[in-house]
Design a protein around this ligand. Structure first.
Ligand SMILES: [Zn+2]
Length: 144
């Protein structure tokens, strides 16, 4: 189910447009970028949309309440955040903290939750609810 959701999410043009916008808003560059993130939600009619998290300071993002893997009565099908800094001092792949945040959040274990996408300059990764990381593909190809 979760795997089908990954495909459905990356097939949804409105979601992709929002992810692209979040990537641009995070001001990618060698340094000085700002992580952006959000929830990808699905309503009872099956429509997907994105609810962005509040702007954090630098790398710190505070997640809004998401009890039982829902926000405003909509299911959270995935979450995402950006890794905008491409300089050598910055990790492109999900960090240990990123993995723990997904794995250890009891409110991110809904039946339809596919995991958290991490968008970097070159690659998009997915942190599964188990904390396991996989590569989804090339960022430029996915966020055309
Ligand atoms: Zn991260």
């Amino acid at each position: 189910m979760a795997q089908q959701n990954v495909i459905a999410i990356l097939d949804d043009s409105s979601v992709l447009a929002e992810l692209k916008q979040a990537w641009q808003d995070s001001q990618p560059g060698s340094s000085g970028g700002r992580e952006e993130g959000g929830f990808i939600l699905r309503d009872a009619a099956g429509r997907m949309g994105v609810e962005r998290w509040g702007k954090g300071t630098q790398a710190t993002i505070r997640l809004p309440l998401h009890r039982n893997c829902q926000v405003g009565g909509k299911d959270i099908v995935a979450s995402f955040h950006t890794h905008p800094n491409t300089g050598q001092d910055y990790l492109q792949a999900p960090s240990e903290t990123d993995k723990r945040a997904v794995r250890d959040d009891p409110d991110l274990n809904g039946a339809v939750y596919a995991g958290e996408f991490v968008i970097s300059q070159e690659r998009i990764y997915l942190i599964a609810p188990t904390g396991q990381v996989s590569e989804i593909g090339n960022t430029r190809e996915i966020l055309r």
